[in-house]
Design a binder for this molecule. Sequence first.
Ligand code: ADP
Length: 654
Amino acid sequence: MAWGGGWSGGGSMFAGSGTATGLPFGGIPSELMDEATKILSEEPEHEPSKRKFSQRPSARERQRLTLAHLIGAYPRWVTGGSLLVIIISLLLQAGPKLTEYAINNGMVAGHRSLSVVGGCGLLYLVMALASALLQRVQVDVTGKLASRVMHDLRIRVFTHFQRLSLDFFTDEKAGVLMSRMTSDIENLQQLIQDGISQFAMQGLTMIVITVVLFATNVTLAAWTVLLVVPLLFAFSIWFHVASERGYLLSRDRIANVLADLSESLYGIRVVTANNRQRRNILNHRHVVGAYRDANLYTGRVNAIYGPATIAIGILGQGLLLGIGGHMVLNHQLSIGALVAFFLYLNRFFGPIQLLVQQYNALQQGRSSIIRLRELLETPPTVDEVEGAPDLPTIEGRITFEHVSFGYDPSHLVLHDVNLEIAPGESVAFVGPTGAGKSTMAKLANRFYDPTSGRVLLDGVDIRTVTLRSLRSQLGVVPQEAFLFAGSIRTNLSFGRVDATSEEIEEAIDVVGLRDLVDRLPEGIDTVVHERGQTLSAGERQLLALARAFLARPRVLILDEATSSLDLQSETVIEHALDRLLEGRSAILIAHRLTTAQRADRIVVIDRGGIVEMGTPSELLGSGGAYAAMFDAWLASGGRDSTRAFEDDDEDEDS
Ligand code: ADP
């Protein structure tokens, strides 16, 4: 199977991880390879997904997330499953009736008949076999239904993630989102696969048995239904309330455990470097402890409920034995009927307990669906207006018009910023850390919308056009280049999947990565591991520049990496930047003043406002903030400019 067809099915993903993609998990061990090949050879080809992505959700995606809507998408499967459940419930309850018949007409004095007993036994067997067969089909049907529904839901949630704005991902922790995608969806799968059908089957069984009990003997049935059932019922309500509380609690707390885990694992370098292991263990003990407490609570509730219902059942049986036995002695009831009554009674308590057990699954599924619904109903803060037109091809004029902005609108980090960048002009933002440089860049890219004011591209308010057309004309090179697990080729063509090999090679030449690529065993098809940990910081940065070059954006937004590079890499990167900026408008968040010096214009930003603006030589000549920064930088031997600025600040303060 080709890896190319790979995103649509589990089988092909499996193939990928075993062969050339070099996922970090190391693939399939060689001793299992034969088995794996055999499985894969039987695996049907999966068509690549035809699903289209649009920024605005379709009518179906906007539909409120409920269980009914989810499974309602597969009416044939639902009908088939329901019919099977009904037939099976009826078949299963025929046994005691047959037993009654066999006793009354084949076993008691005056009615001994081997053929009646044998016939009943045979029928019993046939029904048992038939119900086993039907149950097999039913489990298959509900399993398939669950897989389909879950597949839809996974895609729907993931699609929603792709639509949501950046602020959502900064606010919510990755672990919490992961738990929505994994445990919440799995809970639902469990519910649809077993929960609902079990629930229906047990519910139906109870109804069938109640009817049969009354048909058998009204007095005995009345005792059962009026005394035992209400007791069990009241108890179950208590259980319902207590277990709901427990499940919500434990879901919340497992999400915290996952969040803590993922944070510690992703940040392991920082953790180790800062000797935070001890603190982390303490913290983890705390979140895990909270989760344990929630589980203990649920365990206690279960421990009370299970045995108590059994006790109620046994007491009920004792009561019925007394009353029923008395009736048999008075010839008000046949022995067969009493036996059937007991058999039914046993089957009556079973479903009540099972129903309550399934209640857990139902509870979990319900709280999962509530959480997923909340997630799906979170609107993107940066949204397209309905029917927004595409942004026509731009020249690259960027305008900030009275822009104020706060991540939290009550706390502004940019104050009434006005700036115009001409087409083809490169502008360097310099200033201390936290001044608002990256924030301005994020507004230009519409990762966020201004709290007031407007950001325009070629005179068009960027809020009025489609996000796709906007971002296809903007190239962003972030501070930390993110590389995905895959080859250099796939990483470079990330912003332009149709790029040819020649174009990729050209991009590599332009940014000066030729030496590196030639050294690699498989050239541009060499696999870089997730996050590019096998490459140096400089090489990752060059790859990010090559990626931007390949996408040929009209406007480039570059957040220069703060990590210090050796002189040679720095020269290579500066050269690459010069090529990248040719004829493009650019915003450069410059951490090195050498970069700022090469820009057409420098904008000094401090405390959310522009304090100085001009060509490098103008600013150096004016003796203002930038000139002071430059002097400090020269004196420090060319360190990070932001620090030079801060040192300057401190000097002023002291
Ligand atoms: P710079 O790029 O100049 O170092 P930023 O633009 O990143 O500064 O930050 C400007 C201010 O906004 C800082 O006070 C920073 O703490 C705050 N900030 C940055 N990102 C966020 C965020 N996602 N949520 C809330 N506040 C933020």
